[in-house]
Design a protein around this ligand. Structure first.
Ligand code: HEC
Length: 108
């Protein structure tokens, strides 16, 4: 039951995100979410190499810093295959649902 309500909450958030024009930095958050789930979560769930990570793990400013300055230096090869636009989309998704955003989201 708990899981079902979480799924419903996630769907509601996705629906909200889709209807509000959020594209702050030119990234596509919908695509970013897909890319994040497909490529980042492999290593970023509890027990995996990168540890648990969700949009809520950081504030908007921290996400921007991560993408602009850090560049995943802990494991640079892990994000090498992404195009600049892919990374922008992922950044947008994480930023739009960061801890201090209007729509914080844990179900990344
Ligand atoms: C091949 C595995 C792998 C993939 C794929 C991967 N990461 Fe990581 N990531 C790591 C490892 C390992 C660390 C270092 C964890 C540590 O130091 O405890 C890390 C660290 C991070 C950190 C810093 C964590 C912190 O607490 O500040 C962030 C943010 C991050 N990754 C985001 C991403 C994003 C976004 C993607 C997808 C674009 C991604 N990672 C893909 C393995 C991966």
């Amino acid at each position: 039951m708990k899981r079902i309500s979480k799924i419903i909450a996630c769907l509601a958030i996705v629906a909200l995100a889709a209807t509000s024009a959020l594209a702050a930095e030119g990234g596509n958050p919908k695509k970013g979410k897909y890319l994040y789930k497909k490529n980042c979560k492999v290593c970023h769930v509890a027990g995996a190499a990168g540890g648990a990570l969700t949009p809520l793990s950081k504030t908007q400013r921290q996400w921007d810093r991560f993408f602009e300055k850090d560049g995943h230096k802990a494991a640079p090869e892990a994000i090498k295959s992404f195009s600049p636009q892919d990374l922008k989309d992922i950044q947008q998704f994480l930023y739009d649902h960061a801890a201090d955003s209007d729509q914080p989201e844990t179900c990344g």
